[in-house]
Write a protein that binds this ligand. Structure first.
Ligand code: XMP
Length: 522
C-alpha cells in the first residue's frame, strides 16, 4: 500500500471488443484508469489528470473516410502514449507514416521477435513472445523518430517505439489472455515509461471513496438498499465509514427471493454492517404490481419503480425522527458505466436494462450516490476483503435485483415462485455438497412458461412444467460459458427435483455460451 496520491491513465476507446480488458489489465497493474470514447469532450478526459494515454484497437481502417481520428490534445499533452492495434496505426498515420491494407488479414496466435532488447516495453521479457494478432492493415513506413522494436513472421512491424517522445505502439493485443506476457508489457509501459507507482489498491480506494462520500452528502442521511450481495454490503460499509450513524440500511423482501433468503441475509448483514438493517415486507405489494405481467422489461421497470416507492415511504417514515434523509446509494459498477456511455453515443446496443440502472423513476425524491461506479466486480470483492467481509459473502453468486421474476417465463404468481424456490434450493444445495458452488460464477433454475410437458406418474399420464438448470463460468459476466457439471451431479439434481417438486415433469440443462445467449433467460 502507498500514501502517494492516485495516478491515472486515460484509455481512448476506438471500438475494439477488447477495450474493457485493457482497463482491467491496467487496474491489475495497480494503476487507476478510466476509459472514454475517442471523441469524448477533451475537458472530460483531461479532468482525470491522466499521466499517459492508451489508444485501443478498433474495427475501422485509418484510411477509411470518416474513420476515428486522434484527438489533438493527446499528442499536444506531451504525455506518453501507447497505441494498440488500430491505436498504433492511428499514431503512425497521424505522425505521417504510412499504413496500408495487408494482403492477408493476420488473425490469431503469432510469435513476436523482440528486435530491441533495450526497449523498456520488453524489459525482463524473453526475446520471443507468444502474442495475439487481429488486424487487416500493415505498416509500410514509420514516422520520423520511430523504430520497429518487434516483428512477427507476417508483420515486420509488430511493435514500435519513439523512446525520446515516449510514444509506443503494439500491433498485437497485450490485453488478451492469448498474449501471456501482455500484462508485463503493459506494466512496463505504466511503470518504466510513464513512471507510475502502485497507487491503485483496495486500501487507497477505501480512503478516497470515504472522503468523497463524506464531502458529497454533507450532513444528510444516506439510505442504502442492501440485498445480501457483495456490492451492496461493500457500499453500506463504505457509506458507514463516511457518515457513521447517518447510514440507514434497508432490506426489501419483494417476494421474489430464494428460499429462506430474507432470514439468512438479515442474519449475515446484521453481523457485519455498522447499522441495524431494517427489513421491509413488501411481498404483497410487488406481486400485486406484477400480476398479469409477462414482458421481462415491464417486470424490471415495475420492480425498479416499486423499490423506489418503498424506499421513499421508508424515508418519509424515518424523517419524522431524522431530518434530511436524502441520498440513496446504488451499486452501479464500472462495466454498467462503460456500457451506458457507449450506448448514449450510439455505440453498443442495449441488450437489457438492468433494473438498478434504468428502472429508477425520473420523479424519485432521492439524490443518488454510486460509490462503486469506478470498480470492476473483482475489485469490489478485494475492497470487501479489506473491509473485513467474510469469504462466504464475498463469493456469494450474484442475484439480480428483480430476483426470481426474471427467472420465470410468463407471469410471476406466488404458486410458480414457490415451485421455482423449491427447485432452486435443491440445485444449490446439491452444488454446495458436491463442492461445485464455489467453482461456478452463478447457478440457478429457470421456470419455463406454463406450456405443459407430458410425463407419466405410475400408470397415469401426467402433465407438468419444465425447469432449466443453468450454471456458468465467467470472470466478468460479460462473456460466459456453461459449467461442465458432472453427469452424476446433474442426474442427482434432476431426480430430486422430479421426485420432490410435484409440478415438474422435465428438467433440462442449458449449454449456451454468452454471447449469443445472456446468462439470465430474460
Ligand atoms: P445477463 O443476463 O445480462 O447477466 O448475461 C449478467 C449478470 O447480470 C445479472 N442481471 C441483473 N442484475 N438486475 C440486476 O441487478 C437485472 O435486471 C439483471 N439482469 C441480469 C445476471 O444475474 C448476471 O449476473
Amino acid at each position: 500500500m502507498t500514501d502517494q496520491p492516485r495516478e491515472a491513465i486515460a484509455i481512448l476507446d476506438f471500438g475494439s471488443q477488447y477495450s474493457q480488458l485493457i482497463a482491467r489489465r491496467v487496474r491489475e497493474a495497480h494503476v487507476y484508469c478510466e476509459m472514454f470514447r475517442w471523441d469524448a469532450p477533451p475537458d472530460r478526459v483531461l479532468a482525470l489528470e491522466p499521466r499517459g494515454f492508451i489508444l485501443s484497437g478498433g474495427p475501422a481502417s485509418v484510411y477509411d473516410p470518416g474513420a476515428p481520428t486522434l484527438p489533438a490534445y493527446v499528442l499536444g499533452s506531451g504525455l506518453p502514449v501507447l497505441g494498440i492495434c488500430y491505436g498504433m496505426q492511428l499514431l503512425i498515420h497521424t505522425l505521417d507514416g504510412r499504413v496500408a491494407p495487408a494482403r492477408e488479414r493476420e488473425y490469431g496466435p503469432a510469435q513476436a521477435e523482440v528486435l530491441d532488447p533495450d526497449c523498456p516495453l520488453f524489459a525482463g521479457l524473453p526475446p520471443a513472445l507468444d502474442v495475439w494478432m487481429s488486424h487487416g492493415d500493415r505498416v509500410e513506413a514509420l514516422p520520423p523518430g520511430f523504430a520497429a522494436v518487434a516483428r512477427t513472421a507476417d508483420a515486420p512491424v509488430a511493435a514500435i517505439a519513439d523512446v525520446s517522445r515516449g510514444l509506443y505502439g503494439l500491433q498485437f493485443h497485450p490485453e488478451v489472455t492469448h498474449t501471456p506476457r501482455g500484462p508485463d508489457i503493459l506494466a512496463n509501459w505504466l511503470h518504466r515509461v510513464c513512471g507510475l507507482h502502485d497507487t491503485w489498491t483496495p486500501g487507497s480506494f477505501v480512503r478516497e471513496a470515504v472522503a468523497r462520500i463524506r464531502a458529497h452528502v454533507g450532513e444528510a442521511h444516506v439510505l442504502c438498499a442492501v440485498s445480501g450481495g457483495v456490492d451492496s454490503a461493500v457500499m453500506a460499509l463504505l457509506v458507514g465509514q463516511a457518515v457513521g450513524d447517518r447510514l440507514v440500511c434497508v432490506f426489501v423482501d419483494h417476494g421474489l427471493l430464494r428460499r429462506d433468503e430474507a432470514q439468512q441475509v438479515l442474519a449475515v448483514l446484521n453481523r457485519h454492517l455498522p447499522a441495524e438493517v431494517m427489513a421491509v415486507d413488501a411481498r404483497e405489494r410487488f406481486l400485486t404490481a406484477l400480476a398479469g405481467v409477462e414482458d421481462p422489461e415491464a417486470k424490471r421497470r415495475i420492480i425498479g419503480e416499486t423499490f423506489v416507492r418503498v424506499f421513499e415511504e421508508e424515508a418519509r417514515r424515518l424523517r419524522t425522527a431524522d431530518a434530511h434523509l436524502a441520498f440513496l446509494a446504488q451499486g452501479t459498477l464500472y462495466p454498467d458505466v462503460i456500457e451506458s456511455d457507449a450506448t448514449e453515443r450510439g455505440g453498443a446496443a442495449v441488450i437489457k436494462h438492468h433494473h438498478n440502472v434504468s428502472g429508477l423513476p425520473p420523479d424519485m425524491s432521492f439524490k443518488l450516490i454510486e460509490p462503486l461506479r469506478s470498480l470492476f466486480k473483482d475489485e469490489v470483492r478485494q475492497v470487501g476483503r479489506v473491509l473485513g467481509l467474510p469469504h462466504k459473502l464475498l463469493w456469494r453468486h450474484p442475484f439480480p435485483g428483480p430476483g426470481l421474476a426474471i427467472r420465470i417465463l410468463g407471469e410471476s404468481t406466488w404458486e410458480r415462485l414457490e415451485t421455482l424456490r423449491k427447485t432452486d434450493a435443491i440445485f444449490l444445495q446439491e452444488l454446495e455438497e458436491a463442492g461445485w458452488y464455489s467453482r461456478v460464477a452463478q447457478a440457478f433454475a429457470v421456470l419455463l412458461p406454463e406450456a405443459r410437458s407430458t410425463g407419466v406418474a405410475g400408470d397415469a399420464h401426467k402433465f407438468g412444467q419444465t425447469i432449466v438448470l443453468r450454471a456458468v463460468e465467467t470472470d466478468d459476466f460479460m462473456t460466459a460459458s456453461p459449467a461442465l457439471l458432472p453427469y452424476e451431479l446433474l442426474t442427482r439434481v434432476s431426480s430430486r427435483i422430479l421426485n420432490e417438486v410435484t409440478d415438474i415433469t422435465r428438467v433440462v440443462y442449458d449449454l449456451s455460451t454468452k454471447p449469443p445467449a445472456t446468462i439470465e433467460w430474460l
